[in-house]
Each structure stands twice: as structure tokens, then as C-alpha cells.
Design a protein around this ligand. Structure first.
Ligand code: MD6
Ligand code: FE
Length: 214
């Protein structure tokens, strides 16, 4: 084993589509700190399995931080200022979250990104996210910044139509995907998480998805 196997990787840029960029290793140096923040904020607004409008329970567990949070129930998807589980405001977005999201967005060509929410998604082995678009935000001029932590996932990214072909990418801990502009409403999803063990998270994958919702 290399003496330097734990060193941060040099950041590699991979274009997924016009407006969509994978920054491999961009968050390597911050991964442990981001996970400590996830642990802290999930004590205020715990992870929960949301119900979809169609009556299914999502396999991914979610919580939020920031001025608003994304929620789903039988009446639909929306952003709201209070956590329905606690009746209280969501925890504030940690400074380390904001700094990383802004740096990644700038790196991808979106220098003025001011996210007001980070969805925090927790995947256990077997959890998946079917093909969808992130479209509940008010203004689609702002990009989405997605940070992967812990176990690797197979992420697929397609086009503006659900029927468009998709390409799959392995997302490792520290990888960041930014999509905006012509790719902002592209379909994407995550295939069933394979079981494994990660030094930072155990048998878990965490994804932070930053948006400007309001
Ligand atoms: C990912 N996540 O986990 C991509 N979208 O890599 C998403 O696309 C996503 O996890 C909406 C809500 C939760 C998510
Ligand atoms: Fe999404």
C-alpha cells in the first residue's frame, strides 16, 4: 500500500453534459468535517423516510439544513421553513457546507451561487433514487451542487426528457457534481447502493444537495 494512499486526489474534471461537471475529489479534504456537521445537524432535525405523493416510502432517509427544507408527503413536494417532524426551523447551514458549495459552483462556472438549503440524504445498502429532475426551486438559473460522502454510488445522468439515454458514473467519497444552465433540469438518479464498509461512514453513503430554492 502506498504511504500516500490517504492523500487527497488531484481534482479531475469530467463533463457529463453541457452545463454538468463532475469534480472528482473536490471535497476530499473536507469530507470528515462535513460528516461531523451532518452528525450534529441530524440531532436537531433527524433523518426520516419521506412519503411520496403516490404513497410510497422513500428508501433514502432525508433531512435538511438552511432557511428552508425540502419535504414530501401525500399532498406533494415543497420547500418549507419548518421541519414537519420537530415543528421547529431547520438547523442553519454550517459555514463549511456553504464554503464548499460556493467553491464547487465557482469551479464549474457559477460564481454567484448562494444556496439557501442543503438536502442531506442518507443511503443504506439497497437504497436508491429513481430517475427524477430537481425542479421544485423557484428559479432554475441557479445550479445544483451535489457532494458524495462515504460508500460509492452509481449515479446516472441523462437529458431533459425522461426517455433520453443515460450514462452512469461511480461517485466516490469527496466527488462533487455541479449541474446548471442547459443541464439544470436533466433527469438523474442513483442505482441501488451496494453494501460495503467505508472508513468515514461505515455501511452508509451521505449525499449533500445544495440548491437555491427561494
Ligand atoms: C446523489 N441525489 O445522491 C444524487 N435529488 O448522488 C439526488 O439527485 C437527489 O439525493 C433529490 C433529492 C435527494 C437526492
Ligand atoms: Fe436529484
Amino acid at each position: 500500500m502506498s504511504l500516500f494512499s490517504d492523500a487527497a486526489r488531484p481534482v479531475e474534471r469530467i463533463q457529463l453534459a453541457p452545463g454538468a461537471l463532475l469534480l472528482r475529489g473536490f471535497a476530499d479534504a473536507q469530507a470528515a468535517e462535513l460528516l461531523r456537521e451532518v452528525e450534529a445537524l441530524s440531532k436537531v432535525s433527524p433523518f426520516r423516510h419521506l412519503e411520496t405523493p403516490g404513497g410510497f416510502t422513500m428508501s433514502v432517509a432525508m433531512t435538511n439544513c438552511g432557511a428552508v427544507g425540502w419535504v414530501s408527503d401525500r399532498s406533494g413536494y415543497r420547500y418549507q421553513a419548518l421541519d414537519p417532524l420537530t415543528g421547529q426551523a431547520w438547523p442553519p447551514m454550517p459555514a463549511a457546507f456553504l464554503a464548499l458549495a460556493q467553491a464547487a459552483a465557482a469551479e464549474a462556472g457559477f460564481p454567484a451561487f448562494t444556496p439557501d438549503v442543503a438536502l442531506v440524504n442518507r443511503y443504506a445498502p439497497g437504497a436508491s433514487l429513481s430517475s427524477h429532475r430537481d425542479g421544485d426551486e423557484r428559479n432554475h438559473e441557479h445550479p445544483i451542487v451535489s457532494v458524495s460522502l462515504g460508500l460509492p454510488a452509481s449515479f446516472f445522468f441523462g437529458g431533459l426528457e425522461r426517455s433520453d439515454p443515460v450514462t452512469s458514473y461511480r461517485l466516490d467519497s469527496g466527488d462533487v457534481v455541479v449541474w446548471g444552465g442547459p443541464a439544470r433540469l436533466a433527469y438523474h438518479g442513483v442505482r441501488k447502493l451496494k453494501d460495503g464498509e467505508h472508513t468515514l461512514t461505515g455501511r452508509t453513503r451521505i449525499n449533500l444537495t445544495f440548491r437555491k430554492a427561494l
